[in-house]
Design a protein around this ligand. Structure first.
Ligand SMILES: NC(=O)c1ccc[n+]([C@@H]2O[C@H](COP(=O)([O-])OP(=O)(O)OC[C@H]3O[C@@H](n4cnc5c(N)ncnc54)[C@H](OP(=O)(O)O)[C@@H]3O)[C@@H](O)[C@H]2O)c1
Length: 360
C-alpha cells in the first residue's frame, strides 16, 4: 500500500514520541452516564465553546497562564468578561502574559514545587475579597531524560502537578464556597490511564526509587489529578462547588521543553499531523469551567468537551486509591493546609448575593 508523505510523517512522529506520551493500549472510552452530551468535539475552540457566555463579575484563577493551554484559557475567560488571576513561576512572565490579554487580569507568582509560594499565592488571591467562581488547575511539569528529581524526598512530577495544586485548592476553597457556583477544573491528561504505573499510584515509594521513567512519573501525577478530583467531588457533595478533570488533547506547547531533542521533534510532528491547535486545546477547560449545563456535574473526567468513562485496566475510577491519595496528600502537606469548616448555609445565602448566576 503506498504511504503518502503526510501519513508517513504522522507515523514517524508517533514512533518518536510514543515512549513519553503513551504506555499501554486496550482502553474502552464511553460517554459518562448522567452528563448532557455537548455539541462540541475535538475540533471546537475555546472561543466557540464559550460563545454567548457572559462571565462579567466572575473571578477566575488560571495556574500556568504564560503559555500553551493556560494562556489561551486565561485569554478566552477574560474575553468573556471574567476577571482572571493568572499565575507563573515568574511574576514578570505572568505580567507579560496578562498584558497581552484584552480584559481584566492580575498576575500572581506561583511555584508549585515550593509550598510557601503556594501559600503566598493563595494569600494574595484572597486579598481580592471576592468569591472565586472558577479555579483552573492548569500548570504542569513534564520532565525529560529519565533523570529522577526529588523535592523534599518526593518525586517532582507528583509534587508540582498534584501536591502544589492540592494545597492551592485547600486554601482557596473558602472563596469557592461563596460563589454562586464554584467550579474547580483540573487539567490532567490521558497519561493518567495510558502512562501511569499499572498498579496505580505507588504510595509506598513516592520517591519512585524502585522504578522510574519520566513518562511513568508524569502518568502517575496525572492519575493523581484525576483521583483528587474524583474524591474531592464526593467530599463536596451537597455544596455548590463542582470539580472535574480533563485531558486537553495532544497539543504542541512548551510542555515538551524538557524532552530530548529527538523526542521533541517526534512530538512536534505528531501534534502537527494529528494533534490539536492551542485554541482547540483550551476548549475542554473553558467548556467545563463555564458551560451552563454542567453546573451540577462533578467528579467527571472530560475529553474533547464531553464527559467520558474510561473502561478497562486502569485506575480512573478507583475510589479506594482516591481516598488514600487524599489522606497521604494531607499528611505530606499538613503544615500548609488550613482546616475546612463545614460550609455554613448562611455563607451560601450571602454568597448568592455576591456573584450572579452564570448567564449564557
Ligand atoms: N500539551 C499537551 O499535549 C498536553 C497533553 C495532556 C495534558 N497537558 C496538560 O496541560 C497543562 C498545560 O500544559 P501546556 O501543554 O499548556 O504546557 P506549557 O505550555 O508548558 O504550560 C505549562 C504552564 O505551567 C507553568 N508551570 C510549569 N512548571 C511550573 C511550576 N513548577 N510551578 C508553577 N507553574 C508551573 C508554566 O508557567 P511558567 O513557566 O511561566 O512558570 C506554564 O505556564 C499541563 O497540566 C499539562 O500536563 C498537556
Amino acid at each position: 500500500m503506498p504511504v503518502d508523505r503526510r501519513r508517513f510523517l504522522g507515523y514517524a512522529g508517533a514512533a518518536l514520541a510514543a515512549p513519553p506520551l503513551t504506555a499501554c493500549g486496550g482502553v474502552d472510552k464511553v460517554a459518562a452516564p448522567g452528563v448532557p452530551r455537548s455539541p462540541f468535539d475535538a475540533e471546537s475552540t475555546a472561543e466557540e465553546v464559550t460563545e454567548g457566555v457572559d462571565l462579567t463579575g466572575k473571578l477566575a484563577v488560571v495556574t500556568g497562564c504564560t503559555s500553551g493551554i493556560g494562556f489561551e484559557t486565561m485569554r478566552v475567560l477574560a474575553k468573556r468578561g471574567a476577571y482572571v488571576v493568572g499565575t507563573s513561576r515568574s511574576l514578570e512572565k505572568a505580567q507579560a502574559a496578562c498584558i497581552k490579554v484584552t480584559g481584566i487580569t492580575t498576575p500572581v507568582q506561583l511555584e508549585l514545587s515550593d509550598f510557601e509560594s503556594v501559600v503566598a499565592c493563595a494569600e494574595s488571591i484572597l486579598t481580592l475579597k471576592s468569591p472565586i467562581d472558577i479555579l483552573v488547575c492548569n500548570a504542569g511539569y513534564r520532565g525529560g531524560g529519565n533523570e529522577r528529581q526529588l523535592v523534599n524526598g518526593i518525586e517532582k512530577h507528583f509534587v508540582v502537578n498534584h501536591l502544589g495544586h492540592f494545597i492551592l485548592v485547600n486554601r482557596l476553597l473558602q472563596r469557592l464556597y461563596l460563589a454562586w457556583q464554584g467550579r474547580i477544573v483540573i487539567v490532567a491528561s490521558r497519561a493518567a490511564y495510558r502512562g501511569a504505573p499499572p498498579g496505580g499510584i505507588d504510595f509506598d515509594d513516592l520517591a519512585m526509587t524502585a522504578s522510574y521513567s519520566d513518562s511513568l512519573a508524569y502518568g502517575q501525577s496525572k492519575l493523581a489529578n484525576v483521583l483528587f478530583s474524583l474524591r474531592l467531588a464526593e467530599l463536596l457533595r451537597g455544596t455548590r462547588i463542582t470539580t472535574n478533570s480533563l485531558h486537553p488533547g495532544v497539543i504542541n506547547t512548551d510542555i515538551d521543553r524538557n524532552l530530548n531533542p529527538l523526542t521533541r521533534f517526534g512530538f512536534g510532528i505528531l501534534t502537527k499531523i494529528s494533534g490539536k491547535t492551542i485554541a482547540e486545546g483550551a476548549a475542554t477547560s473553558c467548556h467545563v469551567a463555564t458551560n451552563a449545563d454542567l453546573g451540577a456535574i462533578s467528579g467527571k473526567y472530560f475529553e474533547d468537551c464531553n464527559a467520558v468513562t474510561i473502561r478497562g485496566d486502569n485506575h480512573m475510577q478507583d475510589m479506594a486509591m482516591a481516598e488514600r491519595l487524599i489522606s497521604v496528600s494531607k499528611e505530606l502537606t499538613a503544615d500548609y493546609l488550613i482546616e475546612q469548616k463545614q460550609p455554613d448555609p448562611e455563607d451560601f445565602r450571602k454568597g448568592a448575593g455576591k456573584t450572579e448566576q452564570p448567564r449564557g
